[in-house]
Design a protein around this ligand. Structure first.
Ligand code: ATP
Ligand code: MG
Length: 294
């Protein structure tokens, strides 16, 4: 996807947020207001960098969950991030999405947006989507309704927009349902789906918001082998059009995603221990040591 296309989603979201603000339902009080001037900022991917993190450090009571972590993702890249329990993988995603504020370091989205100066709500509107481990779909609504709500953008204005789904949006819904392999389940309540299907629905809901960067934390945990394989296929199909960061412990899944010499990042004790093609990092003595606990 070109930078122009990539920024189209952000513009739509900024517009949705502006509509919500105008109707008096938007924003998150003073905190949001103090960041307001950043709302008009455009994401700039012309340098080919989607995400740039430099020396991020996060301390919890003196313990460094991230310790001068530096990492960057190219536009359209699919990057797997692996590492033992407690390595800092989830904390890393928390920093990118504004859920956790690092003590020091830099984080930019594209070459212009300083993530550390944006609120969590703002970060969500500029095109960074996050998939948590547990599926969070509206169980009582159908698959189609869940997707419709996400397509409508900001949840606070969805009731206004929902009635106006046009032909292009209907086509997009159809495309999304095909992509996440839930077309035949369109009118089924989300609560009746299998665990894997719920995960795909949530990925579809994120995609409906046209994120430029998608962060997925352990997307295949609890899935059957067949569901895991289908998820790999889905994510491989998204690479290029979106930039993806996937945290996962399932090494077979990681190997599928990293095929073709894609870079894999290994985190350990809050920093990057190794980075490179999977075979290369797996052969790295230091990586072997942290995994085997030697
Ligand atoms: N809010 C918090 N308060 C205190 N310590 C925290 C907090 N969040 C994370 N930690 C600690 O920071 C370290 C990194 O945690 P994190 O959840 O990022 O690891 P992870 O790599 O995602 O691990 P896992 O593979 O088990 O999900 C851990 O030692 C964890 O206990
Ligand atoms: Mg984690």
């Amino acid at each position: 996807m070109t930078p122009d296309l990539l920024s189209a989603g952000a513009q739509r979201h900024a517009a949705a947020l502006a509509r919500a603000a105008a109707s008096g339902t938007g924003g998150s009080g003073g905190r949001s207001a103090s960041y307001g001037r950043l709302l008009g900022a455009e994401v700039d991917f012309t340098h080919g960098v989607a995400l740039y993190l430099d020396e991020l450090t996060v301390s919890f009571d003196g313990f460094k969950a991230l310790n001068a972590l530096s990492l960057s993702l190219d536009v359209g890249e699919l990057r797997c991030v692996i590492g033992p329990n407690g390595a800092g993988k989830t904390t890393l995603m928390d920093c990118i999405t504004g859920k956790t504020r690092p003590d020091s370091g830099r984080a930019s989205f594209g070459s212009t947006l300083d993530l550390l100066r944006m609120s969590e709500a703002q970060i969500a509107t500029v095109g960074i989507g996050r998939k948590f481990q547990k599926p969070t779909v509206y169980e009582r609504l159908t698959v189609l309704e869940n997707l419709e709500l996400s397509l409508a953008g900001d949840r606070r204005v969805r009731h206004l927009l929902r009635a106006r789904l046009d032909g292009a949006q209907a086509a997009r819904l159809d495309e999304l349902m095909t992509l996440i392999q839930l077309r035949t389940e369109a009118h089924r309540s989300a609560g009746l789906l299998s665990h894997g299907q719920k995960q795909w629905l949530e990925i579809g809901m994120l995609l409906a918001q046209d994120p430029k960067l998608l962060l997925l934390d352990e997307p295949v945990a609890g899935m059957t082998d067949d569901e895991t394989a289908r998820t790999a296929e889905l994510l491989l199909g998204l690479a290029g059009r979106h930039t993806l960061m996937v945290v996962e412990h399932d090494m077979h899944f990681v190997a599928t995603l990293a095929a073709g010499h894609r870079k894999v990042t290994v985190l350990h004790e809050g920093r990057v221990l190794a980075e490179g093609p999977l075979a290369q990092v797996q052969a790295d003595e230091r990586v072997v040591e942290v995994y085997l606990g030697r």
